[in-house]
Design a protein around this ligand. Structure first.
Ligand code: Z5A
Length: 210
């Protein structure tokens, strides 16, 4: 019987350095000849990418309600998990996810203050008990992350929230790290080479222990 692939997720606030983290993971998997695909959330399929555009940019003259934002995130996730992630894993292909469900717990549950009970109920409807095998959370002070993101270019609708929003978001990330062994924290205030080295070390250990 085919050994299922593993679902590895990168999480963190804006400017945490998720793009370079994804590259570090790809390098390890390539060295080990492990087949993989990579995805991002919200997005990753044509329907989910269309939802991403609405979530990130909104629409002129119409405010995106918090509950709408939440449901769009889960609609995009349901589509991605069902049509891409589950089939790939079943086929023995690993999946690298740039964000997943933990982002909703942190941003919508914490940042938007919608609360964990609502989040857990919607998750059940959208993707059931589906969970990543390993999550690498890049932890960064919101002010440092946002200053990096600003240098990169214009901020989108969610990135324009105030600092308190991101403090609440980070708090949920840290709570979840404390509760779940499958989430590893990496200090993302280090320089890029140090962050990449930490990720590489964790992933090599993970692959070697399977
Ligand atoms: N969102 C949500 O609310 N709920 C959900 O369920 C999901 C998502 C799934 C997705 O936008 C938005 O949706 C996101 C959360 C929300 N919005 N906010 N706010 P996205 O995918 O476009 O954005 P992102 O995921 O936040 O960012 P990103 O561009 O993909 O990656 P990043 O982690 O921000 O970082 P980066 O592009 O790798 O690095 C940013 C800059 O910092 C860049 O110029 C780097 O060169 C620099 N950098 C990175 N690392 C370092 C270090 N270590 N030192 C110095 N400089 C660095």
């Amino acid at each position: 019987m085919m050994t299922p692939g593993k679902f590895i997720v990168i999480e963190g606030l804006e400017g945490a350095g998720k793009s370079s983290a994804v590259s570090a993971i790809k390098t390890v998997l390539n060295h080990r000849d492990i087949p993989f695909i990579s995805t991002r959330e919200p997005g990753g399929t044509p329907i989910a990418e269309a939802l991403r555009d609405i979530v990130k940019q909104g629409m002129a003259n119409e405010h995106v309600c918090d509950s709408t934002e939440l449901l769009l995130m889960y609609a995009a996730r349901a589509q991605l998990v069902e049509t891409l992630i589950r089939p790939a894993l079943a086929n023995g292909t690993w999946v690298i996810g740039d964000r997943h469900d933990l982002s909703s717990l942190a941003y919508q549950g914490g940042g938007r203050e919608l609360g964990m009970a609502k989040l857990k109920a919607i998750k059940q409807i959208a993707i059931g008990d589906f969970e990543p095998d390993l999550t690498l959370y890049l932890d960064i002070e919101p002010s440092l992350g946002l200053s990096r993101a600003r240098q990169r270019g214009e901020l989108d609708r969610i990135e324009q929230q105030d600092l308190n929003f991101f403090e609440r978001t980070r708090e949920v990330y840290l709570q979840q790290v404390a509760e779940k062994e499958s989430i590893m924290l990496i200090d993302a205030s280090q320089n890029m080479a140090q962050v990449a080295a930490s990720i590489t070390a964790i992933l090599i250990q993970y692959v070697d222990n399977i």
